[in-house]
Ligand binder design. Structure first.
Ligand code: ADE
Length: 230
């Protein structure tokens, strides 16, 4: 899978996408992530990437020209399955969307900035608008990093134990069960006996029960989805 990220702040994205599992995915050739500086596509003599908005007091907007040029340039090189714009008024990102995106071949993520982009660009060039939560970030870069991270780890072969992505929290609308490591007793607190029993079926049943209980208690909204889909 190939992810092209267009941003006015490439520096913010270099670290989060270049370590640990994401680094390994790229080293193994399972994912390619390219970061493009929007300024490189600006035809303004000062490499400006923002412009005034029409209307009262709305603040600066990302300029149309560099965005159009950057997207047209990438689209002239290959076909893209999605051109995503990160924005707080987009569709809320979730595991289901991450799963869908991880099946794509090529995607572009345009990081939103200032007051956003011209509505006509949203309507003509952008195929998907994503928000990572009901709060406002200073820019779309962290949102792009979150989206890229969550989808790259789902590409087969990226995680060493492939089943581990399938048992993640949210895959079946359930939170993960509690986990324990050694020692079996720590400051007087014991690991539940069933986990030490060696009985796989009992352990699976217990994990499921715990996942259901935790979801019911901590995320009643998810629990309702779990009940609806079962
Ligand atoms: N840009 C600013 N806030 C954002 C959010 N919550 N999600 C995606 N992009 C954003």
């Amino acid at each position: 899978m190939r992810i092209d990220i267009i941003t006015v702040l490439p520096e913010i994205l270099e670290n989060p996408l270049n370590y640990s599992i994401l680094r390994r995915a790229q080293d193994k050739g399972l994912a390619e992530i390219y970061i493009h500086n929007l300024r490189d596509f600006s035809e303004d003599k000062h490499k400006k990437v923002d412009d005034y908005s029409f209307g009262k007091g709305a603040g600066m907007v990302m300029a149309i020209q560099p965005i159009e040029k950057a997207i047209n340039f990438l689209c002239s090189q290959r076909e893209y399955d999605e051109i995503i714009f990160t924005t707080p008024d987009g569709k809320l990102f979730d595991q289901k969307e991450a799963n869908l995106l991880s099946l794509k071949k090529n995607i572009i993520i345009l990081c939103g900035h200032y007051k956003g982009i011209d509505q006509r660009i949203r309507e003509t060039l952008i195929t998907k608008e994503i928000s990572i939560g009901d709060y406002v970030l200073t820019g779309g870069e962290l949102a792009a990093a979150v989206i890229a991270d969550s989808i790259v780890r789902l590409i087969p072969g990226v995680l060493s134990d492939e089943t581990s992505a399938l048992t993640d929290s949210f895959q079946d609308h359930l939170l993960s069960p509690p986990i324990y490591t050694r020692p079996s007793e720590y400051k007087g607190m014991k690991v539940p006996d069933v986990l030490l029993s060696g009985n796989e079926k009992l352990v699976d049943d217990w994990n499921h029960e715990q996942a259901v209980e935790r979801t019911k208690k901590l995320r009643p909204d998810l629990y309702r989805k779990y009940l609806d889909e079962d």
